[in-house]
Design a protein around this ligand. Structure first.
Ligand SMILES: Cc1cc2nc3c(=O)[nH]c(=O)nc-3n(C[C@H](O)[C@H](O)[C@H](O)COP(=O)(O)O)c2cc1C
Ligand code: SF4
Length: 445
């Protein structure tokens, strides 16, 4: 390097450990590549550029000022906010939609699927749906009531700059829904930006009012009299074991020792010998196991897949996930499903042979699947009036009710944000369908 340093016009530093260069916020801190890049910088007089899991303009500028890099590389920050350089130039730092480092974008790329971003729901819809990342068409206007200030409700509320009067209500004392709960788990603090970015925008929007600690019943919603109602009441984790491994509830479950992630969020932590059954396969099962183990609880992590948090292979997190569990002394059982839990022991069944064995457990945490919290939605639309898209309603009125986010379909946070964004864009519109799905020429007579 000392000999070749002067030859290229520019050095683009690439790390040998792609898990670190492409690291997620769960395991790699912002600007983590600095020492390696600084070393290269010392060996050449030519400009140096490098990525570095930057998210904030402060850390980007800091490295330039300290002489670590001459140019900043920013892949994920540009996906989360393609207008980041403009906003820095215009001094609009509070408007930057900062990347949370979840790697959902990379997971979609890895799997050959259309790119999605947790922070930027317009990602991949620029041409397909004509969605500009910064501009939303004015729409018809009117009053909107959104029940639920989780990721879907917050996203929907914050995109109408004018024309709409928006009331956003949540029964909880804080906004954010699942994002607020999950961001308190180990390694997930940066995910709170999904909430914080939208809240900071809403605070500056005179047409949006946030009502926290406000439980809305169906009569409340009707008497509120909004032209449009979006129900974003979220979802809860199942307590009966239904999930990938079990289409029906597990019958042998001693309810007194059964916990779900919602219990953990509420501060009800199991004690003793705790078995975490991960039938979800992403971050939550391992993260709860890590939280309990850090608190000194003896944890056994059980998954029906071959690796801990197996889906996180797509987000470049699987190996670090398993390593973190091992380092904290968590026992790991793979390729087994929980089939029974009674008082002091649990029964595990091999997913290949069905052969069972018993392990000691005084409590189990079931991370299996979620159910939509749709009671309010059902009370408003009735059972036989499901999935009436809001944009198919010819006139605004109290029947213009739609549900969004996890209340429509429990899924990833990125899906909830997308769902809220789409509903808001299409509100009152008869032309909201993605371009490629629009009928341009009618075939036939
Ligand atoms: C969706 C996505 C696709 C990527 N595809 C490639 C690729 O094809 N080749 C490559 O060398 N790096 C690829 N990368 C890695 C980026 O070039 C970059 O090294 C990495 O995202 C770290 O930079 P960042 O912290 O600015 O995001 C990709 C990253 C993302 C988010
Ligand atoms: S998907 Fe996550 S990691 Fe990727 S750009 Fe968006 S917020 Fe950042």
């Amino acid at each position: 390097m000392a000999t070749l340093g002067h030859l290229p016009d520019l050095w683009d530093v690439v790390l040998a450990d792609y898990d670190e260069e492409m690291g997620s916020s769960r395991f790699v801190r912002e600007g983590a590549l600095e020492d390696r890049v600084a070393y290269v910088r010392k060996l050449t007089g030519k400009p140096v550029v490098c990525v570095g899991r930057f998210t904030s303009p402060d850390s980007m500028l800091g490295q330039v000022k300290r002489g670590v890099v001459d140019l900043v590389g920013a892949a994920r920050p540009s996906i989360a906010d393609p207008f980041l350089p403009n906003k820095v130039r215009e001094g609009r730092l509070e408007d930057i939609r900062e990347c949370i480092g979840c790697n959902i974008c990379y997971a979609h790329d890895f799997r050959g699927a259309a790119l999605r971003c947790t922070q930027n729901p317009t990602m991949g819809e620029e041409w397909r749906s004509g969605w500009h990342p910064e501009r939303v068409p004015a729409g018809t206007g009117g009053s909107v009531l959104i029940v639920g200030a989780g990721p879907a409700g917050l996203e929907a509320a914050h995109i109408w700059q004018r024309g709409y009067e928006v009331a956003l209500a949540d029964m909880a004392g804080e906004a954010g829904g699942r994002v607020s709960h999950e961001s308190r788990l180990p390694g997930l603090a940066e995910w709170a930006r999904v909430r914080d970015y939208r809240l900071s925008q809403i605070k500056r929007m005179p047409n949006v009012t946030l009502y926290l600690g406000s439980t809305m019943t169906a009569p409340d919603v009707r008497s509120f009299g909004a032209d449009y109602v979006l129900i974003a009441t979220g979802a809860h984790w199942r307590r009966d074991g239904v999930g990938r491994s079990h289409a029906r509830p597990i019958t042998a479950l001693d309810a007194a020792g059964v916990y779900t992630p919602d219990d953990v969020f509420a501060g009800r932590l199991p004690q003793g010998e705790v078995l975490v059954f991960d039938d979800d396969h992403y971050y939550l099962g391992p993260t709860i196991a890590l939280k309990l183990a850090s608190a000194g609880v003896q944890v056994r992590y059980v998954t029906s897949e071959g690796r801990a948090g197996s889906w996180s292979q797509y987000t470049q997190e699987q190996e670090r996930t398993q390593r973190a569990l091992i380092e904290l002394g968590v026992d790991i059982d793979v390729n087994v499903a929980l089939v029974a839990f009674e008082r002091s022991h649990a029964t595990l069944s091999c997913v290949f042979s069905g052969r069972t064995r018993s392990v000691a457990a005084s409590a189990v945490v079931l991370v299996t699947s979620r159910v939509a919290d749709e009671t309010l939605y059902r009370a408003l639309v009735g059972e036989g009036n499901d999935e009436q898209p809001i944009n198919s309603l010819a006139r605004p009125g109290p029947d213009a009710v739609t549900r969004i986010g996890d209340c429509l379909q429990p899924a990833m946070i990125a899906n909830a944000v997308y769902s809220g964004h789409r509903a808001a864009r299409e509100l009152g519109s008869i032309d909201g369908n993605p371009r490629r799905e629009r009928v341009l020429i009618q075939a036939g007579p």
